[in-house]
Design a protein around this ligand. Structure first.
Ligand code: EPZ
Length: 432
């Protein structure tokens, strides 16, 4: 070669082209909660009768869960934003790795399959971009209910020994208030013989939504949403017609989009108390919030720096840590953001720095010095919520950003650019 550098043709990657510095207005419609819909779909396995779940968000994670259920022999019909599920002919106790490995929520099938068929074999969900995400608490809970559980070759196998083929109620105390483990034990205990108590239970709204749906199927669950949940086992569950609660994390994401673009915006439907910790931080950093029934109107003032630390619910939600940090990069003054839930949930810091943010990272604590403005840049999301954070940052940046990582974004946000463009943003999706 005569020394001419050969530039390899850049491999095209789907991306969003986001033009910054446009304000938003009007109202944004919030979809059903991803982290509720996914677990409610697995709860439908607990009965042979028809289960109708409404307000299902249009997400790739929901599509993935639907594929898993159909693969198990479940009848599934989607009608607009409702899914009708009937598990009257459950065939497989084992989830195929190729279907389950990309979707952590697939692990939620272990409780219902074990209860219905006496045996379940589920791929170990394993870690992801944000952390190791062990399932120790889930396994401890199932063992306490009398299941035999082994972990071999990357799969978790659970079975009920003895002729009764029925789990036994037990008193369980979690070491950590794991959302998934609380939901797994809930679904395993509702048909157990006797009473189960879960102490140090996760209190997240998604746990409450699951308990509400199980009770509408005839279960006897009390205390969900608090630290101690009591479940009186019943002999069988019936079908139900249930509506998924609004997505509090999507709602918080759009409130932050309004704050960073200095826009007055209404979001609805939302359950305000699901976002108390986030609303408080938005007020602390200079936003006015009007709350009326199931809608919130935000009017941002000058954004001031605030400190925040992620905690289990009702503390500040880890899923809004990255989106909130995007706002704080342009706040007046210094902010300290500490991530206490996951060991590796600061991937957005490097990308925000590429846009001109001034952030010093020490372990899981980020010290953010507000800058007057960010500049548009080619950026990449590393996981679902860090990609959402980059959308928020790009909306207020000077110039245009090219954001890759749509495979992450589409897992948790239904048509995010359509909703933002309807409110005045300028975002183009380039699929190929
Ligand atoms: C759910 O994950 C959500 N996912 C997550 O949302 C959310 O961040 C998380 O709850 C916390 O609110 C779904 O509901 C599908 P955990 P889950 O078990 O159940 C540790 C998003 O962006 N832990 O409460 O996996 C674990 O390592 C996603 O929408 C143990 O140590 O959360 C983590 O650090 C991300 N041992 C912390 O607890 C265990 O046995 C929280 O995990 C289980 C968990």
């Amino acid at each position: 070669m005569n020394g001419v550098a050969t530039v390899t043709k850049e491999i095209f990657k789907p991306h969003l082209e986001i033009r910054g510095n446009f304000s938003l207005s009007g109202e944004i419609q919030i979809s059903g909660a991803k982290n509720s819909a996914l677990v409610l779909m697995t709860a439908a396995l607990l009965t042979k009768e028809k289960v109708l779940i409404n307000n299902i968000p249009d997400l790739t994670d929901v599509d993935g869960m639907a594929n898993i259920l159909v693969n198990m022999g479940v009848k599934l019909n989607s009608k607009l934003d409702s899914i009708e599920i009937q598990a009257d002919n459950l065939q497989h106790v084992e989830l195929p790795y190729e279907l389950a490995h990309g979707l952590r929520a697939s692990f939620f099938c272990i409780g219902p399959l074990l209860t219905r068929l006496g045996r379940a074999k589920i791929p170990l969900p394993g870690g992801c971009q944000i952390g190791a995400r062990p399932v120790v608490e889930h396994i401890r809970g199932l063992k306490a209910l009398g299941a035999f559980v082994s972990v071999e070759h990357g799969k978790v196998t659970a079975s009920i020994q003895g002729s009764s083929k029925r789990l036994k109620g037990a008193d369980i105390v979690f070491d950590c208030p794991s959302v998934g483990a609380t939901e797994t034990v809930l679904m395993a205990a509702v048909l157990a013989d006797g009473t189960t108590t879960i102490e140090n239970a996760a209190q997240e709204p998604e746990v409450q939504d699951l308990a509400k749906m199980l009770n509408s199927m005839g279960a006897k669950v009390s205390g969900a949403g608090g630290p101690k949940i009591t479940i009186h086992g019943v002999d069988s569950l019936k079908g139900c017609d249930y509506t998924v609660m609004p997505d509090r994390i999507e709602a918080g994401t759009f409130l932050l989009a309004a704050a960073i673009t200095q826009s007055k915006l209404r979001i609805s439907p939302v359950i305000p108390e699901h976002l108390s910790a986030v609303l408080q931080k938005l007020r602390d950093c200079g936003c006015t919030l009007e709350i009326a029934n199931d809608c919130i109107t935000i009017t941002p003032g000058e954004i001031r720096g605030v400190d925040l630390t992620t905690q289990p619910y009702p503390g500040f939600p880890t899923d809004l840590q990255a989106p909130f940090m995007a706002l704080l990069t342009i706040a007046k003054g210094t902010s300290v953001v500490t991530e206490k839930i996951y060991e590796n949930r600061m991937q957005h810091v490097a990308e925000l720095q590429r846009m001109g943010a001034s952030i010093r990272l020490q372990g899981n604590t980020a010290v953010i010095e507000g800058v007057p403005e960010l500049s548009g840049a080619p950026i990449m999301g590393g996981d679902l919520r860090s990609t959402a954070a980059m959308v928020i940052a790009s909306l207020a940046a000077n110039g245009t950003s090219r954001l890759e990582g749509l495979n992450h974004l589409d897992r948790g946000y239904a048509a995010i650019e359509k909703k933002l463009n309807k409110a005045g943003a300028h975002i183009l999706r380039h699929q190929q």
